[in-house]
Design a protein around this ligand. Structure first.
Ligand SMILES: Nc1ncnc2c1ncn2[C@@H]1O[C@H](COP(=O)(O)OP(=O)(O)OP(=O)(O)O)[C@@H](O)[C@H]1O
Length: 254
């Protein structure tokens, strides 16, 4: 059964069709979303995560039509994401950044915070425990640094914190936009390992990963979808996609 699917998903920016009638489906798996620069990959994630409203087509998540829902609603329903460029709040602590990922799960209202402080403290303690467990999973050394500002943390761990913030609310679908951007080969290997372990621990998380590094795509994705000029031109396993003439032409500009 599909976790999420799009039907003829389209968005125009003026005369440009950045995403053009894309049919896409993801089940319980990790899909790599690739394509040349400007082919529409990030725009596709922006549509699925509710940042952009489509000009046409449909987005269905867990059998419900979520077309046009805003980012907060999409997040609440179980789709989380990271961004190509770092979106952490640099002057907040590691833990505060992770807790931001849970705002949609928190049930206490401001008046409950006043009238039922014990209940709110319990909810907060549970959220902090969840955050610490995820930090430990990524890098045990980060647990001791949980209350340091993010500015004091190296880039690879900031990437981990971004992923931690996305998964702490236990999403069903995780969208990762270039999770290894700016990292060296060794650090890239570590992030791939981290992402693989998320799947080992929680098989319910499906993932769409945008990546330019084909070694990353081939090592963690069961399937690869290729976009070119906003259109889907291939949808297959990595080996078959590499042999696809249309894909080769798109990358070589032929
Ligand atoms: N908000 C916007 N307004 C106008 N044009 C946009 C907007 N967002 C994206 N585009 C255009 O849509 C096209 C697809 O952009 P997008 O960022 O999705 O490509 P991409 O495949 O993610 O590229 P890259 O690999 O370089 O990140 C580009 O031509 C881009 O300039």
């Amino acid at each position: 059964m599909n976790v999420m699917q799009t039907e003829a998903l389209t968005i125009n920016f003026g005369g440009l069709k950045a995403v053009d009638e894309v049919d896409f489906a993801i089940g319980d798996e990790v899909i790599g979303l690739i394509g040349p620069n400007g082919s529409g990959k990030t725009t596709f994630l922006n549509l699925v995560s509710g940042i952009y409203k489509p000009t046409g087509g449909k987005i269905v998540f867990e059998q419900r039509d979520i077309t046009g829902a805003g980012p907060d609603v999409v997040r609440q329903k179980g789709i989380a994401r990271t961004f190509q460029t770092n979106r952490l709040c640099l002057n907040l602590s590691v833990m505060d950044n992770i807790l931001l990922g849970l705002y949609s799960r928190q049930k206490a209202t401001w008046w409950q915070a006043i009238l039922q402080p014990a209940r709110c403290r319990r909810e907060m303690a549970r959220d902090i425990d969840d955050g610490l467990a995820i930090l430990h999973h990524f890098n045990p050394a980060l647990v001791a640094r949980a209350y340091e500002p993010v500015t004091a943390i190296p880039l690879i761990d900031r990437r981990r914190i971004e992923i931690a913030r996305a998964i702490v609310g236990r999403p069903r679908l995780l969208l990762l936009d270039e999770p290894t951007a700016g990292l060296n080969a060794e650090e890239t290997g570590q992030i791939i390992g981290d992402i693989g372990r998320i799947r080992q621990q929680d098989h319910r998380i499906s993932m769409i990963i945008i990546e330019h590094d084909m070694a990353v795509i081939s090592s963690i994705c069961q399937r690869v979808v290729v976009l070119n000029a906003g259109r889907k031109i291939a949808d297959d396993c990595f080996g078959e996609v590499c042999k696809n003439e249309q894909v080769r032409r798109a990358y070589l500009g032929g």
